[in-house]
Design a protein around this ligand. Structure first.
Ligand code: IPD
Ligand code: CA
Ligand code: CA
Length: 268
């Protein structure tokens, strides 16, 4: 039977998600990619499962997956799979049940299929370019809130301690002007929650293509906006990702600009 990228992405997200659910609380090996950035045996098992099937079904497609050393050049291939086999590894390693599998399929660098699965809540987010975004089969739309002061936002912080400084400055500026901010440790889910109208906006610096490829499509297909800090359409690999319902976007960009212009007393 011929498998479509969409059905394969869904099947693999569900299968890998089941593996994550079963292995929660049973991490056997942890390796460090940096001082605090870790990878567990479960990240690797999930990745093996996903990549094996993609290579079997679509041997000619390129793959960019978090735990596989590859150049981001593969994003220029005609067809590329972008995979985060476990988004929220820190949560997972601590037994905090908020994490996901994120799988995107790109044509010429543009996401066409985006699938994110949160196995603990059994929530499957699926978007297809031009065909909308869905949560467990229900069409998704971003929120209609147009005032930042009444908005619920989300963000995250880079693993690199040095780079966290600017992220903290951004946070301090936003906490003054938003209703509240959440930090749940999985950018893929944060983006899906913007698509679902649960969050009105999200921003984060230093994300990688596998964190955002699927979620960005979800937000756009739900009627939202995703840009870099300059307000240009977000492209995989951009330094800053700003996602929102569109209504509060300019206000969010203005807050980020103000935060960036603030002098860091440690900088000189
Ligand atoms: C991380 C999560 C987190 C974000 C980090 C990412 P990982 O991905 O998405 O929310 O703040 O920047 O690296 O390492 O758990 O796959
Ligand atoms: Ca990730
Ligand atoms: Ca990951």
């Amino acid at each position: 039977m011929v498998v479509s990228p969409r059905s394969l992405a869904i099947e693999l997200a569900l299968e890998a998600g089941r593996l994550l659910r079963e292995r929660l609380g049973h991490v056997q090996a942890i390796r460090y990619k940096g001082e605090i950035n870790l990878v567990t045996d479960v990240d690797l098992a999930s990745e093996r499962l996903i990549l094996h099937r993609i290579r079997e079904e679509f041997p000619e497609h390129a793959i960019l997956s978090e735990e596989q050393p590859t150049s981001a050049e593969v994003l220029r291939a005609p067809y590329t799979w972008v995979v985060d086999p476990l988004d929220g590894t820190t949560n997972f390693a601590h037994g905090y049940p908020m994490f996901a599998v994120s799988i995107a399929w790109l044509c010429e660098g543009e996401p066409y299929i985006g699938v994110v699965y949160q196995p603990m809540l059994d929530e499957l987010f699926v978007a297809e370019r031009g065909h909308g975004a869905y949560l467990n089969g229900q069409r998704l739309y971003v929120s209609t809130e147009h005032v930042l002061r009444r908005s619920l936002l989300a963000t995250g912080f880079p693993y690199d301690a040095e780079r966290r400084r600017q992220a903290v400055r951004d946070f301090v500026h936003f906490i003054d002007v938003a209703r509240a901010i959440r930090r749940d440790g999985t950018a893929a889910i944060d983006l899906c929650y913007v698509a679902a109208g649960r969050f009105d906006g999200f921003w984060e610096r230093e994300l990688s293509p596998w964190d955002t490829a699927a979620g960005v499509l979800l937000v756009r297909e739900a009627g939202g906006m995703v840009t870099n800090e300059a307000g240009e359409p977000y492209r995989l690999g951009d330094l800053v990702c700003v996602a929102s319902n569109g209504q509060i976007h300019q206000e969010m960009l203005a807050v980020l600009a103000a935060a960036q212009h603030q002098q860091d007393p440690h900088d000189d």
